[in-house]
Structure formats: structure tokens, C-alpha cells
Write a protein of this length. Sequence first.
Length: 159
Amino acid sequence: MQKPSSDSSTASTNSYPQMVETYYRQYLPHRLALIPPSQREAFYRNLGMQMREEVETRTTALLSQESEETLSTSAAAEMAARIRSQVSDQVVFEMLYSMEPEEAPEDADLSAPEPIERLMDQAWAIIDCQEELKQLTPAQQAARIEELLEDLNRYTPPT
């Protein structure tokens, strides 16, 4: 599988989550399958936000190295846009495109949850309910944990 070009200069900073989603769906389907479907949007958004923050940090650092005389010229905006574009390309490559593409089976349907994804969703439900459990009495906690374990035990792996 051929990777996309690392040139993201035409992309806006709002498109980082979309870039993450597209890359994972097309080039990292096995890694995507490990992320519970209910948490994928948050994953795309969070990684996109990390990318955007890294671009801002690096761009600010590079621009602060320029002398005030250079930045006061009429070419300052053009130079800042060029630096930002180059930094964006570098960050996208480092944080996303540097992950080697996987080979996906031809008939892979990443929209349908696989049995392992259902199990992982159940496991995440247990993790997510930690806040809920803190609000309960010890007896209520034990009962709720029993319910969650029963749900988990109903899972039957494929043979």
C-alpha cells in the first residue's frame, strides 16, 4: 500500500482529525479495530488536537527566532504562512504518516464490530464506569460490578 503524500500544506488545521480518520481507515485498519467504535471520534479529535497544538508550538518557536525587523516587513505574513505550512507537513508526517501502513484484507468491513471489538467495548464500559462506582455505597458497588462481569461473561468468542 502506498502512503499518502506528506504535503498537508493545503489542509486547514481543522482537517487534522479528518486526516487521522482517513489514514487509520485506509492504512492502519488493525490498529483502528483496537479502538472501540464508540471512542473513535474522540480518538480522531484528540490526535488531531495534539497535532494542531504541536504545529502552533513549533511555529511560534520558529517565528520568535526571527528578528522584529524581519517580522515588521510586508513579507512577514507570507513568511509566517510558509513556516506554518512546513511545520504542519513535518508534524503530520511525524505523528501520523510515519506509522507504516498495514495490509488490510480485501473484504475487511471496518464499520461492523467484530467479536473482539464487542469484548473491548464491554471492557471499556467497565473502565468508564469508575466514576459511577465512586458514587455508590460498597454494597451497591459490588452489585454493579457483578452486573458488569455477567455482561462480560456472556461474551462467547468465535470458534
